[in-house]
Design a protein around this ligand. Structure first.
Ligand code: TXA
Ligand code: MG
Length: 339
């Protein structure tokens, strides 16, 4: 199958393909999603198949407006307030599931369903033209970094899907915050993203617990968070330390005969680029927004370079930095210095 590129002028054709049960990847403000009509079980099964996604990991359903009462068992008051405050935007909400609306494979056996309204006019238009919400897991091969350009999607899924709606580079670069509103203990962040705890708490009050905090092991998680994720083929080492630690890590890799790639801030690259084979800049250290936007492109770029190991730089794990570090830590197979 030839994977065609669509844009605003050919969006009708993309919508027709979705209606016929084909898969079309679409841009969002976070990462590209792999779209299929959420009521078509065959199409949704195909989404799992082309991604190589474990069948126990449910999908996010993408809607084009806040009129969601028809899709879920009930809409908690907190959800109304959150949708008003953050939709369209990078916040996924978990609702109690309503039987017979979405294909059974969407929720992977759970009795809840995840909904989000992306902040991407072209994609909202695509959903409206299709006439029904679309599932949209990140449009990468399972386990690989999420795609932030149409080219990334082509790299992973060319020949396996009917098309890609090209919206250029995504703005945020990290997947949405996933917030569970169905837990008796209160709202829980299952996956950190660009909508932070500090933004949510003034709107709905104190959250119950958070993924990525000290008691992460006890906090319930999005099913998908248990898998190793976001990883290139080469081992990734997360460096959280001083200039001396960087020098020691580089020396240790060289002693083992390994070629090194570095994914780090401008400042770190300036200090160490002479000693390594390939680099990718995450921008100025003070700007975690730019670093987040570039993270997956950087992992993908270095994956294609002739290097044996990728060293990545730790950032302050607060605000957006929490989501950034959550993804970095999942991509990494080791940390330096070893603690
Ligand atoms: O920003 C995003 O959310 C992107 C764009 C394309 O919208 N999508 C995305 O989808 O990241 P995916 O499938 O790669 O990640 C969905 C996450 C997984 O960790 C999954 O386990 C969780 O959401 N999830 C989905 N349904 C859930 C449910 N009913 N309960 C708990 N977690 C759920
Ligand atoms: Mg994903």
């Amino acid at each position: 199958m030839e994977t065609k590129i669509y844009d605003a002028s050919t969006i009708d054709e993309a919508a027709e393909l979705l209606k016929a049960g084909d898969l079309i990847a679409f841009p969002t403000e976070t990462v590209y999603g792999l779209g299929a009509i959420a009521s078509n079980d065959e199409a949704v099964k195909n989404v799992y198949k082309v991604k190589g996604r474990p069948s126990d990991n449910p999908l996010i359903v993408h809607v084009s407006d806040r009129e969601i009462a028809k899709y879920v068992a009930f809409v908690p008051q907190q959800a109304e307030i959150l949708m008003e405050a953050f939709w369209p935007g990078p916040l996924t909400l978990i609702f109690p599931m309503k039987e017979g609306i979405f294909a059974p494979t969407v929720t992977a056996g759970h009795n809840t369903v995840a909904l989000r309204m992306p902040d991407q006019e072209q994609t909202l238009e695509l959903i409206r033209k299709t006439g029904f919400p679309l599932v949209g897991p990140s449009a990468n091969t399972s386990g690989k970094p999420s795609p932030t350009t149409a080219q990334h999607v082509l790299h992973d899924l060319s020949g396996k899907i009917a098309g890609i709606l090209d919206g250029g580079e995504t703005q945020i670069g990290l997947e949405s915050t996933v917030l569970d509103l169905t837990n008796a203990v209160g709202p829980i962040i299952l996956r950190p993203g660009a909508i932070t705890e500090a933004q949510l708490e003034p709107v709905i009050g104190k959250l119950a617990a958070n993924a990525g905090t000290a008691n992460e092991t006890e906090a319930p998680k999005a099913p998908g968070m248990k898998y190793q994720h976001y990883s290139p083929t080469q081992p990734v080492i997360l460096i959280d330390g001083t200039t001396a630690d960087w020098k020691a890590a580089i020396e240790e890799c060289h002693d083992q005969g390994k070629e090194i790639g570095i994914l780090a801030s401008e400042e770190k690259l300036t200090a160490h680029k002479e000693a390594v084979r390939a680099t990718f800049s995450l921008g100025p250290k003070a700007d975690v927004t730019v670093a987040s936007q570039r993270l997956y492109a950087g992992l993908r770029y270095l994956d294609e370079q002739p290097v044996d190991v990728i060293l990545v730089e730790a950032y302050d794990p607060n605000g957006l930095g929490k989501a950034f570090m959550n993804r970095m830590e999942k991509a990494a197979s080791a940390k330096y210095p070893k603690k």
